[in-house]
Write a protein that binds this ligand. Sequence first.
Ligand code: ZN
Length: 486
Amino acid sequence: MKLRLRLVLSALVLALVSAPAFGQTAELAKYVFLFIGDGMSMAQVSAAEVYAKAMADKAPGFVKLGFSQFPAQGMTTTYDSTSIITDSASAGTAIATGNKTASGVINMDPGKTNKYKTIAEYAKELGWKVGVVSNVSLDHATPATFYAKVPSRGDMYDIAVQMTKSGFDYFGGGGFAQPKGKKGDQPDVIELAKKAGYSFINDAASFRALKPKAGLKVLAVNSVLQDSMAMPYEIDRASDDLALADYVSKGIELLNNPKGFFMMVESGKIDWACHANDAAASIGDTLAFDRAIAKAVEFQKKYPKDTLIIVTGDHETGGMSIGFAGTGYSTAFEKVSMQKGSYVAFNAEIMNPYKDGRTAADANIKDLLPEIKRYFGLDYDKLPASDQELLQRSLLRSLKGEVERAPQESVALLYGGYEPFTVTLTHLANQAAGIGWTTYSHTGVPVVTFALGRSQSLFNGYYDNTALFNKMAAAMGVKLPAVASK
Ligand SMILES: [Zn+2]
């Protein structure tokens, strides 16, 4: 009898702590936010935290971001069906659908025949509203994995056309890389979106004035676009221009309804900054990502029983490290603040005009010393001779246009296909702060997943990125078809 009672009690306890079963509506989340930091693993998060501490005082330490203090935390493997090192298409497919696929493929199997249904589409079937936000172009791999199914992430026009047919309620952030197709001879996707019933917003004032209305579907493209139809890096953003956080706030305003909503928000340029080995741009965007997530946290405080916020990365980029061979056990992250703009802004403002009409024979590093100092805080005359030589050599290569991408080429190893002079400057500036890089590509290290709110404990532990889909489905009460179809 005693034993039996104990068994019943332990079964009860188990039932209380276990994941919500399907149909237990009281346990389900109905406002679900999924934040994806593209290229964001622990190094990117930690770099932002160490930077924040270095700016506050000199003692070593971390100023925790808001999301890194979420109560549930997990580690997530990111490999895809072709490689330990995933790309954003296969990683997004894993998160959005629970399926491994090949690099470059969006929501289809590696053989490119079967299509997978996404968590956002399941949310729509629940009668929820759905939003997709990204600060890179809306036809880019990560946002696409929530609404499109294509054999290649390069099919950006097909992706955009599928977006207009998604029936989702809110798209916001960057523009379109191929708005009229690869050759520019297809119908404009903005017009297709309007025909499909979307209100198209393209300026900050109209965006701020947007109010929820029955049946309203919104496509909001930021009026300021920087590189590849993406919103500017946070360190380049004018203070009165819209930030990623504004797109989250507006999304909450437009999507909030008694049935529920799902919103995916990508910070896509943490990845781009890390590809280019630009720590200042990465840190700026990671801090801005935290401010965007804070908008969801404010909402969660109002609806704690109904809201679930998940923050994860799709993979690590750059092989970023806190610590560099040349600086040993010391760091000086406050030096990151000396960089005044991203590598993209430096190219646009300084390098491109300098290169214009100049040959390598006309190049002289002395022409650029004031700009190097102003932009990166680097005092050329105080640099070791070896670093001065690196800069001189890279400037010549920039003028000669030597930016090959093939990894076997030593030039590509040195500069990764980026502007040689600029990437040398970010390397020297990062190294002075004690930040190292090992690649211009992604790496295979796991990412970190953070969760807050209803069913948060599902996201504790060490699991694969495909499990994120199942965990979200369980938290949302999505009834998945039998596994046989896989
Ligand atoms: Zn990438």
